[in-house]
Design a protein around this ligand. Structure first.
Ligand code: SF4
Ligand code: SF4
Length: 520
């Protein structure tokens, strides 16, 4: 019998009612008159689709916690912030013709210095390589252990962590702060809040200040800033970054991760079932009950999990997530709930890691009596590692074989050629010679590919044989206007490939660039 086979007889029975039963038409009319929601009853709960897209923020009061993950986060915080604040003051001797700041973005001279590496604008492909490596590293971290970046390394997490530490120091730990927030304003409360905001602003101001130090000589800029002689744009950027740091780390905190940052959404699409994530091991924790009730259940021979409903994991969470409810977009995977729960497990004499880096797959395997299975080496992790290694190797090779000189050439657009009085043809070019070494150098310029052609560099009167000489200062480039004159007649519409070559007079290998000599 098919699934719809009972409908027709039922309709027929309703249309031909038995004595004493209402007819179908009467039932329909009655249904139309009857309200869908009985009087006094609760309306239907809204569909998930109709839920508001924005929830008002519930302030989070993260509790102090100690443990392995907390210590790791402190270490990362000190190292990353230490590097950020102090790096502009690290010196690196490059000789008299280059700045001595180890890391410097030199906009006026269009250079980027990173210790022994100096990047010219023409070499910004290195930046592309770095961006590929950064993206692949992020993907690799995600494939191995979920939101490692979010939990430990993201600037939003690091500064929020610091701001929360300041908050606990000035306004007290979770319980004390909660109680104080429920009480009316007193002098003490105002002083504590004032101290917190003052310290937040100091950190935010120093964060903005440190940023601008990467764009000029740091000691000089500090002096100029203090004496109000620094460029106006430096004050503008310090103000902007002070404001954004104060607002993002002090006020918005977890809302940046939940609402503003795209990475949690991308990360969720990139992950798979083998990636380790901070996971509540419900196979061990459930059924949860208070310590007393769990003991009673065990006495009665009933099952009782290890979770004693103490909520310590929720209270320490910087984003206010209850990890026991399963994966959550708000969970930045910082591992602090692991530390909190481990401390509880230690107190009640149960094994640690009721919350741990694990997978749902493992939980299901354990429930089936199988052992846990950690599958870190898999196609995607190998692929990401190979891409990082290949791009890294290419970049290292390019750096190791990087030349100290280069030449580029651009043909004049208009006119493409000029016929001289003696009938010969002339083309003009802009030739740029780059001298990346830290001493002045002289290059001999030659052209090949056009038999018997004359070469002139406007403004240059020195020659090496028939080759004009071009002097270029240390760590500089120089553009010269070059005239090439063909003495031999050319076929109509000719476009002859030619090669410009520069040879350093102090020794070294030649560099060349190609273009075309164009005829009528
Ligand atoms: S800290 Fe551990 S025991 Fe306490 S509620 Fe969280 S998971 Fe349960
Ligand atoms: S649930 Fe745990 S891992 Fe996730 S953000 Fe909160 S404390 Fe960190």
């Amino acid at each position: 019998m098919g699934p719809g086979s009972g409908i027709a007889p039922a309709l027929a029975a309703a249309a031909s009612p038995q004595p004493g039963q209402p007819a179908l038409a009467a039932l329909v009319e009655d249904a139309a008159r009857t309200p869908l929601i009985p009087q006094g009853a609760e309306p239907f709960p809204p569909d998930d689709d109709e839920q508001p897209l924005y929830a008002a923020r519930t302030k989070v009061y993260p509790q102090r916690v100690t443990g392995t993950y907390r210590r790791a986060k402190w270490a990362i915080l000190f190292v990353t912030l230490g590097i950020y604040y102090l790096l502009p003051f690290v010196r690196w001797d490059r000789g008299p013709h280059a700045p001595s700041q180890a890391v410097l973005v030199d906009f006026p001279n269009r250079r980027f210095y990173f210790f022994f590496i100096e990047i010219w604008p023409q070499e910004f492909y290195y930046l592309t390589g770095l961006l590929i490596i950064a993206a692949m590293t992020l993907f690799l971290m995600n494939a191995v252990a979920g939101r490692l970046w979010c939990g430990y390394l993201c600037p939003q997490t690091v500064w929020t962590d610091l701001f929360q530490a300041i908050e606990r120091w000035t306004e007290g730990d979770r319980r004390e702060h909660l109680q104080r927030d429920r009480q009316p304003w007193t002098l003490e409360r105002m002083a504590r809040a004032g101290a917190k905001h003052f310290l937040w602003l100091m950190v935010a101001w120093w964060t903005g200040g440190a940023w601008v130090l990467y764009f000029g000589d740091a000691p000089t800029l500090v002096r100029d800033l203090a004496t109000f002689q620094a460029p106006f744009v430096a004050y503008v950027f310090i103000g902007l970054l002070t404001f954004t740091t104060y607002a993002l780390a002090g006020w918005m905190r977890e809302q940046v991760c939940v609402y503003m940052c795209p990475w949690p959404r991308i990360q969720a699409a990139l992950t798979d079932e083998y990636a380790l994530n901070v996971t509540y091991r419900y196979d061990r924790g459930e059924p949860r009950a208070s310590l007393k009730k769990a003991a009673e259940r065990r006495e009665q021979g009933l099952p009782a999990g290890d979770c004693i409903e103490c909520l310590q994991c929720v209270h320490v969470c910087p984003t206010g997530v209850d990890i026991r409810n399963g994966p959550d977009l708000g969970c930045i995977q910082c591992g602090l709930c692991i530390d909190a729960c481990d401390a509880v497990m230690k107190k009640i004499g149960r094994p640690a890691r009721l919350i741990a880096y694990d997978t749902d797959l493992n939980i299901k395997r354990r429930q089936q009596g199988l052992s846990s299975f950690y599958h870190i080496v898999r196609t995607r992790t190998v692929l990401y590692t190979v891409i990082i290694a290949v791009v890294g190797a290419v970049m290292l090779y390019a750096l190791a074989t990087r030349r100290n000189d280069a030449v580029s050439v651009i043909h004049d657009r208009n006119p493409l050629f000029v016929r001289l009085a003696d009938g010969s043809l002339r083309n003009a070019f802009a030739v740029r010679v780059l001298n990346k070494s830290l001493e002045a150098r002289t290059f001999a310029l030659s052209v090949s590919g056009l038999e018997g052609a004359d070469l002139d560099v406007i403004g240059s009167s020195s020659f090496s044989g028939a080759n004009p000489l071009i002097e270029v200062g240390p760590d500089q480039s120089r553009e010269v206007r070059v005239l090439v004159t063909a003495r031999e007649p050319l076929a109509a519409g000719a476009s002859v490939p030619i090669i410009f070559t520069i040879v350093p007079r102090t020794g070294g290998t030649a560099a060349s660039a190609s273009d075309h000599f164009i005829g009528p």
